[in-house]
Design a binder for this molecule. Structure first.
Ligand SMILES: *Cc1c(COP(=O)(O)O)cnc(C)c1O
Length: 238
């Protein structure tokens, strides 16, 4: 099956701009992260050639295999890790990525700090919040989130920038549940910004191929779109 990555990418970008417009948000306020997991290097290069600079990958091993090569010819490429991170993968993740969107526990933050300190790198992270019935990943409540932000506030993580929050909506056809999940992230973020005015906390990463328009309406600043750009993933290959 052949997919026109460039055409799909341009369609997604124009639909993002249109949605920004429709809900009176500033043009360009939503950043597109092209989720390239399970897709080969050639397709990522097609997207790069069409002007896309931000990519997301779930698995660290796959990200390293592909992006260590891509970055040689395209050093301007930005990579976000968006999948749940095991502690033993943190070292490689911080070497290859500029943002880890899926921080879901304090322990990972301590490990990120340790590994970044070793290579003298500052990385940005998003804290993932569990907002939907069926999704499993993420901090389970605001109390846990607050505890982590407290640590940032007291200077425990000098090599990590707490840039904001991330969530995944539940897998459902029910638009009201999806919207509710995104609104929960936005409201949580607003409370956290009040409680921690010294932290950046500016990004809301929410919205995927099937629900990014709803996410933009609910205040998303970053959408993570895979299928709508690269086509369906072939999980049997790896
Ligand atoms: C795979 C994935 C996406 C992209 O999903 P699509 O439905 O293909 O757009 C976004 N976010 C996360 C965390 C993912 O794992």
């Amino acid at each position: 099956m052949s997919v026109d990555v460039k055409e799909n990418l341009l369609n997604v970008i124009s639909s993002i701009r249109e949605t920004e417009n429709q809900c009176s948000r500033k043009e360009g306020s939503v950043k597109l992260i092209a989720v390239s997991k399970f897709h080969p290097i050639e397709e990522i290069i097609s997207a790069l050639d069409a002007g896309q600079l931000y990519f997301g990958e779930n698995r660290v091993q796959e990200a390293v295999e592909k992006f260590s090569i891509i970055k040689k010819t395209h050093p301007e490429t930005h990579l976000h890790i968006i999948g749940t991170l095991q502690t033993n993968k943190v070292k490689k993740a911080v070497e290859i990525a500029e943002c880890i969107e899926s921080v879901d526990r304090k322990q990972v933050l301590y490990e990120i700090e340790k590994q970044c300190a070793k290579i003298n790198k500052t990385i940005s992270v998003l804290l993932e919040l569990h907002t939907g019935e069926e999704s499993k990943s993420g901090f389970s409540d605001e109390k846990e989130l607050s505890e982590s932000l407290e640590l940032f506030s007291s200077g425990v993580f000098p090599h990590i920038v707490a840039n904001g929050f991330m969530t995944m909506a539940p897998f459902t056809e029910d638009e009201s549940l999806i919207r509710k999940s995104f609104a929960t992230l936005r409201e949580t973020s607003e409370r956290m910004k009040k409680n921690f005015p010294n932290l950046p906390l500016k990004e809301l990463s929410m919205g995927m191929s099937s629900d990014y328009k709803i996410a933009i309406e609910e205040g998303s600043t970053m959408v993570r779109v895979g299928t709508a750009i690269f086509g369906p993933r072939n999980y049997s290959q790896s």
